[in-house]
Design a protein around this ligand. Sequence first.
Ligand code: KG4
Ligand code: ZN
Length: 356
Amino acid sequence: MPVQPSPVVMGIETSCDETGVALVRDGVLLGEALSTSMDQHARYGGVVPEIAARAHVQAVVPCVRAALSAAGLTAADIGAVAVTAGPGLATALHVGVSAAKAYATALDVPLYGVHHLAGHLAADLVDGEPLPDPVIALIVSGGHTSLLRVGDLARDPIIHLGDTLDDAAGECFDKVARVLGLPYPGGPAVDREAVGNDPTALAFPRPLTGRTDSPYMFSFSGLKTAVARWVEAHPDSTVPAGDVIASFQEAVVDVLTAKAIRACRDREIGDLLIVGGVAANSRLRALAAQRCDAASIRLRIPARKRCTDNGVMIAALGDLLVRSGAAPSRPDLAAMPGAFLDYAQLGVAHPAQRAA
Ligand code: KG4
Ligand code: ZN
């Protein structure tokens, strides 16, 4: 019997300040487009939801056209639509969800609502191998920091080993950058400024790493305060600013990598996946590689450009769901700004949820 080709899946991402659209079929990226409103937020020092939403409204259709044109396809070639339904900024999510529903209805194709963080987990599926099953995953983004046990991403519940009690890792980078007078977004600025400087100059705290602390939980707000206090208390310090920045960054990546490796060891899982915007951090990538090597753990981190928000990760996850035979999400799929990550797909009743 001839094998039916998989449909072309269009993925749409609008959860924060990036409008991303991509087309993926059978794990192959066909075309993508990305538009960012980052520059419009820089003067406010953080993302302004209304500005982000307006930028998505202006960018989403041009991005769809650009992705189709890059793929050499027309809208009639789209066989399914996947969209970030949450979590994220409510006003921003609404734009993507509305656009996805409109395309799915007009083209008469199925709609898949997906969890933004599960999209991060799927970010490099288009570049290579399927994800190891099981895998320990560390998600480090602007809004979330979670240590997870992931099985079959399309079907299995996602187990949270630990999350952050307060600030997310990316949030900590952004807030500390502000204290240190670096431009928004803070993470890339800290990364740049730390290069070539001394990460051991100052011993900033490593939160929740004591013997009696929860091994998998995170907390970054105390570290943020420690850096702010140090800067306040040392106005005439001779410690170069670059060393302060490198020492702060070292504290974050030390904690992240130590806990991720501990989880792999405890659970006897030999694969670690690190994803999300902070996974673009060069020191995190280097330290994770070094520590995984020493612990004989296979490390997977998407290419830097696929760590921050983009449409490819959503299309890749949609393509995985379609090929796994997942049922489409309900046509009345709604934006879920606070969606918890327990399954990759949103807007559908999962077996465990049905039984509950
Ligand atoms: O995943 P993402 O693009 O958006 C969310 O889902 O939140 O992550 C954005 C976060 C921001 O906090 C940003 O400062 C941080 O990722 N980030 C970085 C780097 N690039 C982006 N943090 C540290 N080093 C980087 N190179
Ligand atoms: Zn993200």
